[in-house]
Design a protein around this ligand. Structure first.
Ligand code: ATP
Ligand code: MG
Length: 370
């Protein structure tokens, strides 16, 4: 999966842009405030119909514009092409089209264009709330296990019913038991998918991390969201009074987490900023490897400000791993010299200069001036 053509209108400071990216490495360079992150944001909008910088669309739409419109031609693993169009107006109206057909859900769109983002916010994966790590985990499970989405939807419905009943107490005993049973079944299914995914992810993550930096005693573990020795039904029965007092269900897959520890300590409290960045990169690159083993093919990587926090040795190691992924990668940096070297001569590298919202290709796919 890669973007062979990409056009942007109405995103932040960007002038209307039409890019013919390399199927592999694309470097976007330019001064602070020139529009590099906005260009990555535009690709993210195309892939997920939302930004990674703002939960609202209004700040993303250019000051003088009423809407932003993204269009991309995606080359699929099967060799087929797919035309994707996303338009979002300032007031939130969204139109998503894939091959000329309207698409109703962003999940369907996410399935079309799997994206991985590595940006300065990525640190939050280690130090932030468990929700971020669950999102990371479920992104992976969603892209490798087609039955996951249905199970997750069942879980959400059962949880909504239970939480509403906890607050208002309007269900009779039999109906409540039936919903608890449904919750337990969905929970067990989700737990099984997540567990299988972690088992596959762990060795790939460890190998990737090893290639990036030496952190031998880093341990990745999975907490499923309730006591590992008891059935969820038992736990729910035991915590019923507390759940009722709080008005929501405490135990279950909605509380799952990934734990990263170094020598028994929380990785976020021990590792340096650079080491944290490398751990997050290793996690995201490992996910990309697992996706590429499925029939969906590769995902696209958006790496914002790759050189920051990294010394030359680690920067080169990260570039090598991104290159070995065989994926399409969009990388931003301020100084193009930082990323000129280190690529195999056979890897198609394109470079784009971003200046006051204008994007100009300065190097073609084979390193030749465009
Ligand atoms: N809605 C908007 N309309 C117009 N311009 C905007 C809008 N939102 C942000 N900007 C401007 O767009 C410019 C590009 O920002 P962007 O974050 O893409 O820069 P950048 O090249 O990634 O910079 P840096 O190297 O500092 O990360 C900034 O000058 C910003 O002030
Ligand atoms: Mg930026």
């Amino acid at each position: 999966m890669s973007l062979s053509r990409f056009t942007v209108t109405g995103v932040r400071n960007l002038q209307p842009v039409a890019l013919l990216p390399s199927p592999r490495i694309n470097i976007l360079y330019g001064d602070n405030g020139s529009g590099k992150t906005s260009l990555l944001e535009a690709i993210h909008l195309l892939g997920l119909a939302r930004s990674f910088r703002s939960s609202r669309i209004a700040p993303v739409v250019g000051h003088e514009e009423q809407s932003c419109v993204l269009f991309g031609q995606a080359a699929l693993a099967s060799g087929q092409a797919r035309a994707i169009g996303v338009s979002r107006s300032r007031d939130g109206e969204t139109v998503i089209r894939v091959d000329g057909q309207n698409v109703r859900s962003a999940a369907e769109l996410a399935d079309t264009l799997p994206l991985q983002v590595i940006n300065p916010d990525s640190f939050r994966l280690l130090e932030g709330a468990p929700k971020l790590r669950r999102q990371f985990l479920d992104w992976g499970v969603f892209h490798v296990e087609p039955r996951f989405l249905r199970a997750w939807q069942r879980l959400q419905q059962a949880l909504r019913q239970r939480n509403s009943w906890l607050r208002h107490g309007r269900l009779d005993g039999a109906a409540q038991a039936a919903w608890d049973r449904e919750l337990e079944l969905a929970a067990d299914e989700i737990d099984a998918y997540r567990r299988a995914y972690i088992q596959a992810l762990k060795p790939v993550f460890e190998e990737t991390l090893q290639a990036l930096c030496a952190l031998e005693d880093l341990q990745l573990s999975y907490y499923r969201g309730w006591d590992k020795d008891r059935r969820l039904g038992e736990v729910l029965a035991a915590t019923l009074e507390r759940d009722r007092a709080l008005g929501h269900t405490q135990a279950g897959p909605q509380r799952a987490d990934l734990r990263l520890k170094v020598g028994g300590h929380n990785a976020a409290e021990i590792l340096s900023r650079g080491q944290q960045k490398l751990v997050v990169c290793a996690l995201r690159i490992a996910q990309g490897h697992l996706v590429s083993e499925t029939k969906r093919g590769q995902c696209i990587y958006l790496v914002d400000d790759l050189p920051s926090e990294l010394d030359e040795h680690h920067r080169l190691a990260l570039c090598r791993l991104l290159e070995q992924l065989n994926c399409q990668v969009f990388i931003t940096c301020v100084d193009s010299n930082a990323l000129m070297e280190g690529w195999q001569t056979s890897t198609p590298v394109s470079m784009f200069h971003v200046e006051h919202g204008r994007v100009t290709q300065t190097h073609g796919p084979s390193g030749v001036n465009a």
